[in-house]
Design a protein around this ligand. Sequence first.
Ligand code: FES
Ligand SMILES: [Fe+2]
Length: 423
Amino acid sequence: MLSHEDNERLTRVGRGTPMGEVFRRYWLPTLLSPELVGDGSPVRLKLLGENLVAFRSTNGDAGIVDAFCPHRRGPMFFGRNEKGGLRCAYHGWKFAPGGECLDMPTEPKDSSYRSRIRIKSYPCFESGGMLWTYMGPPDQQPPRPDFELLRAPSTHRCVSRTVQDCNYLQALEGGLDSSHATILHNITIGDLTFLDDYERTTPKLNVQSRDYGFQYSGIRVTGNRHWVRVYQYIMPATQLRARSVPVRGETAPPRVPLINGHFWIPNDDVTTTVFNFSYSADPAIELDRQFWLAAEADYGRGPDDVLPDFRLKKNLANNYMIDRELQKTRSFTGITGINTQDVAIQEGMGPIADRSEEHLGSTDGAIVALRRLLMEATRRVASGGTLRGIDPATYRGVRAVDHYADGEADIPALIAREVQARY
Ligand code: FES
Ligand SMILES: [Fe+2]
């Protein structure tokens, strides 16, 4: 449980709020690179409560600028993207991706006014098929991120994005909460006895603090083996997990062993963009598009499941198309799509979950650790301290693990071996 004050502290992300200032110390993914076309349509973008516009210039450079023109606040979204800059449609002032004013047709030719005007812009770069930006103080700009995902060749990785109507923290907490997997996502409930089997249902959690956040393992006993899943939480809002062994009655491992994960990026206090990524855990195996699309469809966020604004077609307004008969007979939720089930829970909590009313239990260790780190970060940012996960060297060598161990004694060595990045 959190006090109302602490809940506010961790969930509000606007400029000047404690958590808003934490997010403003990290590079954040914002859009998928293909959303921007050279000299093409600008894209509206809301990030940490700020209204922005992204565009790609003639030479391919991307820019993220204020949604409103510095002249008289004309909407830059309706601007003309032409010849190296975005020109406001109101009086024609034109701005480069970096914010410089390139042209001021309404001022005398010999005026130097242009050199003194800029549109607010944020630095950006592209990596891993995403456009990244940094919104914090220029003198605090950290090195660029170095996730293993970003080093995997483009033939070995894929990324999608979805938008959720809820605060980032309840989505992030859902991602770090491994204990719900066997319950919420259970689609073979012909036999409900698993609910009586504490050992089978509930993972043994072990959370270990790291310079980048924490590593946590969920270990479940299945038959005479131990199913070992190691997740990574990299501050402020990244999760890594793996999928490489047969689960839920499968007889063979997946054709492409995967490291999966998400970046949860607050658009504002009640809207969150989620980047969903996968890369092949094995450098010798490519991640082909078909395999990825099938997995995305399985998650309920394939191309047919998502609206043009990146929200799911199954949403709160239609109760995620819950099928109560299916819920009685086969699926724990009656909602189809693993990710859709997550979104139903996370959005169904309301725009910002009221954590002053909750009661944490024995499987909530990762949630407690997460909140501690975020609280610590808000204090450090206020006192000028160093934040975890800012230095890419702290996390570049790690990945997630999904493996079986024969004996309990084998688990530490297995984790130490498999947690090493391979790209
Ligand atoms: S408001 Fe943009 S040029 Fe006047
Ligand atoms: Fe889930």
